[in-house]
Design a protein around this ligand. Structure first.
Ligand code: C2G
Length: 141
């Protein structure tokens, strides 16, 4: 069974690893569409911290991942599913209901998101810690 999933996977974290592992458990071949830098600019209004080449390289290095490709448009999901002959589409449940239209060509499964972790929250922690560090340094001087 071939499983396909999509995502930005910027600064990969435990939530990403968990959904990839759980997606792999549903079949024997895992294909990951990594969204392009331009698609993210359009989707989230900013480019990811890691470039698309770095993100594809990182995701391809994960044990359970068999194949990666660049997701260049949200409108091409049906074509990607058909081209890669996927039997199952897996997404986190923040996308619940959004891909039900593809249930005519594959099984659509939404898995629960890992709580309390996101790329955005990691960026915030890094920013805050940087600020604290600056405060500490200025207090010392
Ligand atoms: N995810 C998760 N738990 C988290 C964070 C993310 O399970 N704490 C899942 C998301 O639900 C998604 C996958 O990890 O299925 C990738 O998440 P993102 O990198 O945030 O990708 P996203 O921007 O949702 O892109 O075509 C769809 C898009 O490309 C999906």
């Amino acid at each position: 069974m071939k499983v396909i999933t999509f995502g930005t996977f910027d600064m990969p974290h435990i939530g990403h690893v968990k959904i990839l592992n759980r997606a792999k458990e549903l079949g024997d071949h895992l294909i990951v569409g990594v969204s392009s830098d331009d698609l993210n600019l359009f989707k989230k209004g900013r480019k990811p911290i890691y470039s698309q080449d770095e993100r594809m390289f990182l995701i391809n290095s994960f044990k359970g991942v068999d194949q990666v490709f660049l997701e260049e448009s949200l409108e091409l999901k049906r074509e990607y599913i058909l081209n890669y002959k996927a039997d199952i589409l897996v997404m986190g449940d923040d996308w619940k209901g959004k891909f039900d239209e593809f249930s005519d060509i594959c099984q659509v499964v939404y898995l629960p998101r890992t709580p309390s972790i996101s790329t955005t929250s990691v960026i915030e922690v890094v920013k805050t810690n940087h600020f604290d560090q600056e405060e500490l340094t200025s207090q010392k001087n």
